[in-house]
Design a protein around this ligand. Structure first.
Ligand SMILES: *Cc1c(COP(=O)(O)O)cnc(C)c1O
Length: 422
């Protein structure tokens, strides 16, 4: 598409946007009495307006029914996690039996590692990206130690080459190949949180399997952002949070995926709880854990209904919009963002950014700008002028316009602010 740096052009794109009605379904934060340019949907997505009444429904049932709400509520709490399964499956490209909504992201990863990181003296290594999100670094380090291995030997990080900011796909594949005789697990993010780089999940998975490893992903920055096909790509396991691109509120309940090939495998070791036990027998309170089939068999605790009520509303909007329409618009929005940033740099010599996020298809809804020493001042200027973006030390501004509620006009206005920075 040929972009133009004008308000009229941005408005024209908005008026022909098939998803334009979705913005009204969210609360947009205000700054200085005006709607903010909200570019942190990768960090905490905005609140769907329907959340309040969904929560009220559950509060009313609790108020009026007490414990009876488990079976006689409008949305019986006993089954509440099941109300989210189809929506979560759609977002990650899975079959319903492969997904469950439960716990929090890092907890889910630990529980999945229990089943899928099974090191032995021969195969104990984990390959991951260097500079992973800290929780993932701690997760992997502590899992390795838990199994009695030395993190310095067991963890192999794939790093950007000298002078580069993102990973070369071929370097990832070559690293897997190089460690294939000792490899237990390949564990990557789907989208790198700092650089916004989208990894090729399909090929990483194929390569990992060809080298005898299990392959899992942290999809925190991928779920609700890029189109995923976890079932088709044969990913072994994955987990994601719901509060970033999935707009389900701070600390909201998370998701987990276990490929259907493990659905009936009750021999996999796991840390069990009553909610993962065969549902027909759950209240018999018997000894001897019998897992539910599929990802549901990894549940431990009963459903956190209030958080799930929020997530359910948010997922309905993803079902209504559809991931392919969302990713198509997201791709255009972010391409337009790159365009207005480059236009601003042409006209305003103070601006000295380097876009470190690779181009589509290695890009989702995020552009990371590497800045010079002026970076923090420019960021503060943007903040004062109604931009909600994200500063990452030492010198990156992350901008994440999302297709659900951001507009082309948001992007144009952002470009105009950069243009006018003095
Ligand atoms: C946001 C994020 C997390 C956060 O983990 P929580 O358990 O939800 O606090 C973990 N890993 C990655 C890659 C993230 O982007």
């Amino acid at each position: 598409m040929n972009f133009e740096n004008s308000l009229a052009f941005a408005k024209k794109l908005d008026s022909s946007d098939s998803l334009q009605s979705f913005r009204e379904k969210y609360f947009i934060p205000q700054v200085n009495g005006k709607e903010a340019l909200y570019f942190t949907g990768n960090s905490l997505g905005l609140q769907p307006k329907s959340v309040l009444s969904a929560l009220q429904t559950e509060l009313e049932d609790w108020k009026n029914l007490g414990v009876e709400g488990h079976f006689h509520g409008k949305n019986p709490w006993f089954h509440y996690h099941k109300f989210l399964t189809n929506g979560a499956a759609l977002v990650v490209g899975a079959k319903p039996i492969e997904v469950v909504v439960m716990n929090q992201l890092t907890s889910n990863l630990h529980f999945l590692f229990v089943s899928f990181y099974r090191p032995n003296q021969q195969r104990f290594k984990i390959i991951m990206e260097a500079g992973a999100f800290p929780s993932d670094m701690y997760l992997v380090e502590s899992q390795v130690k838990f199994h009695g291995f030395n993190p310095n030997e067991a963890i192999v990080e794939v790093k950007p080459r000298e002078g580069e900011h993102t990973l070369r796909h071929q370097d990832i594949l070559d690293t897997i190949e190089a460690h294939k005789d000792e490899l237990a697990l390949v564990f990557f993010s789907g989208v790198q949180y700092y650089s916004g780089q989208v990894f090729n999940i399909k090929e990483i998975t194929e390569k990992g399997h060809a080298c005898g490893a299990v392959v899992g992903f942290d999809l925190a920055h991928a779920a609700g952002n890029i189109e995923l096909k976890l079932n088709e790509w044969n990913v072994d396991f994955a987990a994601w949070c719901s509060y970033k691109y999935l707009n389900s509120g701070p600390g909201g309940v998370a998701g987990a995926f276990v490929h259907e090939k493990y659905a009936k495998d009750s021999s996999l070791p796991r840390f069990a709880g009553w909610w993962g036990h065969d549902e027909q027998e759950r209240f018999k309170m018997l000894k001897g854990f019998v897992p539910e089939e599929g990802a549901a068999g990894w549940q431990l605790s009963n459903a956190p209904v209030f958080s799930m009520a929020v997530h359910r509303e948010a997922l309905h909007l993803f079902e209504a919009a559809g991931m392919s329409a969302l990713t198509e618009k997201g791709k255009n929005l972010n391409a337009y963002l790159q365009f207005v940033i480059e236009e601003a740099m042409k006209h305003n010599a103070i601006l000295n950014f380097k876009i470190i996020t690779p181009a589509y298809p290695e890009r989702g809804c995020q552009i990371s700008l590497l800045t010079d020493d002026n970076g923090k001042m420019i960021f503060d200027y943007l903040t004062q002028n109604g931009v909600i973006a994200d500063w990452r030390n030492p010198n990156v501004i992350r901008l994440a316009p999302v297709p659900m509620y951001n507009t082309y006009q948001d992007i144009y206005t952002f470009g105009a602010l950069l243009m006018n920075y003095k």
